[in-house]
Design a protein around this ligand. Sequence first.
Ligand code: NAI
Ligand code: MG
Length: 336
Amino acid sequence: MSYPVTLIPGDGIGPEVTEAACRVVEATGVDFEWDVQQAGGAVLEEQGIALPEATLESIRKNGVALKGPVTTPVGKGFRSVNVELRQELRLYANYRPARSLPGIESRFEDVDLIVIRENTEGLYSGLEHEVIPGVIESLRVVTFEASERIVRFAFETARHYGRKKVTAVHKANILKMSDGLFLDVARLVARDYPDIELEEYIVDATAMRLVMHPQSFDVLVMENLFGDIISDLTSGLVGGLGVAPSANIGTSCAVFEAVHGSAPDIAGQGIANPTALILSAALMLRHLKQLEEADAVESAICSVLSEKKSVTGDLGGNASTQEFADAVAELVAAAV
Ligand code: NAI
Ligand code: MG
């Protein structure tokens, strides 16, 4: 059986790390039919088609995409390709696990948590306007429907992975209506999951507790902007952007990508760390129910990281992106 997957190389270090990730997942023996599609990049931006319809069509048809990072121009031009992709395909849940990895220096050695971020509304609704010159309003939209969907996704994830607790992160002390609604919904959904504890925690206090006692968290669920910030923080707890994977999940499609961006400062040099996208590709394997293969990729990454021999410069080694990927692929091939 073969698996058709849309492959978006992206720009900057995107093509380098996607090539690496493809090599590793192919080493599992799973037969992928890559459907290569474009998104972002200077040429498409200039033509005004940052996210071509063909790319969306391909993902809708295949249901699964592996995506490299794409550059987003700041403060002008098109909306972020990433935000548009999530909204067009209704990828309502952003799933970002943060687990301590061997051989990666970080403050803690026993972090194992999952951040689930609402991906479609909040301050990312793109509703901004000028009231009078010098006064801008941005609308932070919170709906019952999207809150219910994301909290349920969090509880389902917790149940699926045998987790014990879901923390609903909020600012309902100040945002009494919007985050008040989010909390009401969380309590309502939690009734369907008596085996899993619901914890409520204010976002700023969550940030502090995460850097002091990250082990006290299990699954965390929150709205869009809080999730954006908190999930970068949790990436930092386990070694930073170079090693942080993510998945964007909807009802009919899923897009797997690294948390990091296109890293223009190191693009084209063959030194980008492919770990984050390789781990994202492992999440993709799991999504495709290739569980042993996903485990093989994750343990191969862990072995290569703990040996430190074949890792990239950001992790203290001097291997190229390709050498790193080859070392992982070799172990994967031997394991399956
Ligand atoms: P960035 O994540 O691209 O880079 C931040 C720093 O981390 C840089 O010093 C970079 O060299 C380093 N870095 C990132 N990934 C690395 C890797 N795999 N290996 C080694 N070092 C790595 O963040 P930045 O600079 O804020 O964003 C650059 C562009 O990427 C922006 O246009 C941004 O909008 C876009 N972006 C795209 C994302 C996506 O497509 N999902 C996500 C985040 C940002
Ligand atoms: Mg972000």
